[in-house]
Structure formats: C-alpha cells, structure tokens
Design a protein around this ligand. Structure first.
Ligand SMILES: NC(=O)c1ccc[n+]([C@@H]2O[C@H](COP(=O)([O-])OP(=O)(O)OC[C@H]3O[C@@H](n4cnc5c(N)ncnc54)[C@H](OP(=O)(O)O)[C@@H]3O)[C@@H](O)[C@H]2O)c1
Length: 276
C-alpha cells in the first residue's frame, strides 16, 4: 500500500524511484519551469521528469538548486533525444544535459524513442554511463514489446524503466505484463491524457464517491496498478491537487471499471510510426 508522496518503487538494481513526480514537457524554459519545479518540490514532490528535447533543463537545474532540498533526496530524469542517438553522440548529449541541469550525477537516463538502427548503440553508451557511475538507473521510453525483445538480445543490462503513454484509454496490458516479467518498472506519460478524460462519466462518478477530482482518481489508479506517474502542471493549485491521492483507496471493482475504459487510444505518437 503506497501511503505518501515520497513512497518509492525499488528498481531491479536496488535504486529507489518515487511513484509520483512532476513532468515538464511543454513547460517554458526560464521562469515558468523554475516556478513549477520549485512549487512541486516545496509541496513534497521529489521526482522531476525532463528531457533535452523539452529545452528546459537549465530552469529545472536552477529550481533544484533553489529548492534547498538535498540532492540525494531528489530523483531527476532526463532523456537522450533522437538526433543524438548513436554511441559517441549519446555520451556527448549526456554531458550537455548534465551541464544544463548543473548536476554531478543523474538518477535516471532514458532513450526517448526507439530510433531504428540506432537504439542499440545508444543503449551501449547509456550502459557505459551507468557502469561509470554517472547515472544511478537507466531505461527506455516508448518501447513496445518487440523493441524491448530486440534490445535485450544484445544488452548487458536490462532497462530498469520503460516510460510510455499510459492512461485509462490506453492501458497497455500486454506491455505491462511483459515489463513485470522482466522487472522493468512501467512509467506513465500523459497520465491525464492531456486533459481529455476530465469529463468521462465513469471517472466523474468514482471521483464523487471519494470527494476527489478526476485527475486524482486517474493518478491513484496508476499507483495502485504499480505504474510510476508524472503528471504535468504549471499551476501550483493543480500540482498540489494531483499529489493529494494518498488518503483514499480504490476498490478492486473500481480499478477494473477504470481499466475497462481502455480503447487503445493515444494522444501521442505510436512508437511504431514516429517521425520525430
Ligand atoms: N517519454 C515521452 O515520450 C513523453 C511524452 C509525453 C510526455 N512525457 C512526460 O510525461 C509528462 C506528463 O505528460 P503530459 O504533460 O503530456 O500530459 P498530462 O500530464 O497527461 O496532462 C497535462 C495537461 O493537463 C493539465 N492538468 C494537469 N493537472 C490538472 C488538473 N488537476 N486538472 C485539470 N487539468 C490538469 C495541464 O495543464 P496546466 O499545466 O495548465 O495545469 C496540462 O495541460 C510530461 O510533462 C513529460 O514529462 C514523456
């Protein structure tokens, strides 16, 4: 039973990763990202998810410094972008991200998308960064089962995390099962389906039962499903609201009802057909 915002899952290498964090995709570099990360940390968040692609690593780093929270209590994720994939270019991209973030070490480094013909070399570079102690955990994002199988054919290290689009309209059950079997922690991006589920009657009904909001019900469902979740908001009231999910528990029937909303429907790109 996950009881607080600081509770964590233990990755297969023993590293503790918070179940809950803040996403900062489409949050503007500068004051906007600084304010949202600072507000999140002030309100108990310990995990921040950025990417070089988001172009806001500088502001994330500034907010971390200004937070006053010891580095070792925070869990910072960033990702290598598609254009930087390949062995040497991944090593260089990592250094550039670290410089922007102003960090000595990273908590989680992810391959952002499975770029065909490149992700294995990228993974080899990420494994090196891990073996060199630059990053505490390594993983992938947007990997389908076939991508993972292909990666595992040659990998030294099994990814600790797979971050994918995941919400009640896209429950990814087969992938989740595969990840469980291989001790890969599933992490949800766009957990709120970027706002598209706010008026769903099933979710509204359940929310009413607990005097909670639809986002809170969805995020609680993530965590009870043992999926790490990183909703994004730039508004402090929502940052607080989203994390206020540790004082109620959905029943199995409610969990099943939410999962049955699945339509295999995405708000983002399908990893089999991306052109990013
Ligand atoms: N690996 C990948 O390829 C990938 C792809 C996409 C996203 N991600 C990560 O996942 C994170 C989350 O995904 P996301 O940003 O796409 O979408 P999301 O978290 O599902 O939704 C964010 C949207 O919902 C709004 N919102 C947040 N809390 C709310 C609340 N309590 N009530 C009503 N509206 C609310 C936000 O608006 P306001 O900001 O105005 O509150 C924003 O428009 C990203 O920030 C990023 O870190 C990763």
């Amino acid at each position: 039973m996950i009881k607080s915002l600081q509770d964590y899952t233990v990755l297969h290498n023993g590293v503790k990763m918070p179940w809950f964090g803040l996403g900062v995709y489409k949050v503007e570099e500068g004051q906007e990202v600084f304010n949202s990360v600072k507000a999140a940390i002030k309100n108990g968040y310990r995990s921040i998810d950025t990417a070089s692609f988001y172009k806001n690593e500088d502001g994330v780093g500034e907010a971390i410094k200004a937070s006053g929270v010891p580095r070792e209590e925070l869990f910072i994720t960033t990702k290598v972008w598609n254009d930087d994939q390949g062995y040497e270019s991944t090593l260089a991209a990592f250094e550039s991200s670290m410089q922007k973030l102003g960090l000595e070490y990273l908590d989680l480094y992810l391959i952002h998308w499975p770029v065909k013909g490149k992700y294995k070399e990228t993974w080899r570079a990420i494994e090196k960064l891990y073996k060199d102690g630059r990053v505490r955990a390594i993983g992938v994002s947007n990997f389908h089962i076939h991508h993972l199988e292909d990666l595992l054919d040659d990998a030294d290290i099994v990814p600790m995390v797979n971050q994918v689009e995941y919400h009640p309209s896209l429950t990814q059950e087969e992938l989740h099962e595969y990840c469980r079997k291989h001790s890969i922690q599933l992490e949800a991006w766009s957990p709120l389906m970027r706002g598209q589920l706010l008026n769903n009657p099933v979710l509204m009904d359940i929310a009413k039962t607990y005097n909670k909001t639809v986002p809170q019900v969805i995020l609680r469902w993530d965590i009870q499903n043992e999926v790490v979740t990183i909703p994004k908001s730039i508004k402090e009231t929502r940052i607080i609201e989203n994390a206020d999910i540790f004082d109620f528990e959905l029943t199995q029937a409610e969990m099943d009802k939410i999962s049955s909303l699945n339509e295999n429907k995405r708000v983002g790109t399908n990893p089999d057909s991306f052109d990013l």
